[in-house]
Design a protein around this ligand. Sequence first.
Ligand code: ADP
Length: 532
Amino acid sequence: MANSVTGGPEAYESQRSKAWPVRAAWMAAAALLALAIFIVDAFSPFGIAIAVLYVVVVLLANQFANRRGLLLIAAGCMGLAVAGFLVDHGNERVSEATFRCLISLAAIVITTALLVRGQKIREALEESEARYRMFLNVSAVSFWCLDVSRVNEMLREVRAQGVNDLRDYVERNPEFVSKAMEATTIVDVNEKGLEMFGARKRDDLVGRSVRDGWPGKNDIYFRCLETSFRREPGFQAEIRVPTLDGREFDALFCMAAPPEIRARGMALVAHIDISEQVEARTTVARMQADLAHAARLSMLGEFTASIAHEINQPLAAIATNGEAGQRWLARAEPDVGEAQTLMGRIVGDARRAADIIKRIRNMASKQTLARTSQAINPVIDESVMFVRHELHAHDVVIRLDLAPDLPDILMDRVQIQQVLSNLIVNAVQAMLEHGVARPRITITSRMAADQHISVSVADNGPGIMPDDMERLFDSFFTTKSGGMGLGLPISRSIIEAHSGSITVNGQSAGGGACFTVLLPQAATPAIALGRH
Ligand code: ADP
């Protein structure tokens, strides 16, 4: 297959110029042959159709002449055939020789017509290939053409073993992915591809295995394998790509292997450099998070001030009544009746303080939530995107297993993103602290019971210590030296303000912790009536 794909436009040029000495040799051979045929035809006594051999001259001419040249040479051969006939049989009437001459002429005409047609087709093909190559080379997209015939063979063998879930198979045979990468050859790359990947010459990529051209990208390569295994036509994802000259860039990665391409043992891979867009998006996300943080802080300040203001009065009254009560009871003859009255006032003031706190809390939950009905999966994608630099920095593989067509949730998008990003960052930190060799996070969204939607974030870190389970959501509980212990309690209050719940499973299937958020789907009566 490697031969079916040729190099860039310069490759065509060099092919043509290299062919010159060869073409001269073909020309000489054709001329000599034509002369020999003419001499034998005109001057030998053999009564056979020697002139038919001019067909061979025309065939030789096809090797070096263009269409016009071919027609001229064919006309010349026909002229020589007629001349040979006239020299030998010019004074005869219509005879066998006349028929032989006519047959030779017909053979030359038919051969020439076929060759001209073939040349037309070849020219059209070359032109269309040059056109496509031009499109590919001026495009801002990097294209790789991969030879995946050996990988297809490997996948066939895996399927023949009765394997249906490739992920499960790879988990049991982790060397499979690197072997498949080794077996995947880069057959062709366009100019943009060379530039994007920092290749100085074509050989830096072309002819090499994907493992050389794409170091450390086992995760995305695995998704390509999975796509082929499931016979899907392709997929796309945003990834961070290392280059041969040691840079990294953000790319929109597209893999295409529709059946007709796969049948040829090929796959096409495209990269679009989206570094600028990602940079802009990250800045916006950071600004949004900073803004939300600042808003929360200022709100916290306002609440503190208003709580202090409103609570101050009943607290002062409690203190005054308490002191007065102490005095009534400290008398030589304690006045229990008066003390009781004061105790009653203290209880009343304490209740008032509690009411004020309750009112402020209700007010706060109403003010902070700007909810709209929306799908959860894009919110998960965005949350992952916000922390993608953290994930890349620590080589954490993230797997999204999102159920399609989930009903919408009535939510404050920024707050839910905050919760999910916090769970992901906690998982990364836990795995990092324990030096997990292959850190992995799986985020799953599913339809759950009672018209709820569940989103779980599972890692393969250390899990939660049984002793810590109880206190995990308590304010200021942390096991990290620089931790604040506020992430999980804030997450819990956000989720509860959305009528949902957040729970943790200390040991997930992958061995680590698994946090599950349950949120009610939009338009359930509880939400429609505004339960807060
Ligand atoms: P902080 O991250 O500041 O410590 P959090 O409230 O977010 O505060 O987390 C509280 C504690 O919960 C962490 O210190 C850690 O011990 C534990 N924890 C949270 N997520 C995980 C996880 N995925 N794996 C193990 N422990 C975790």
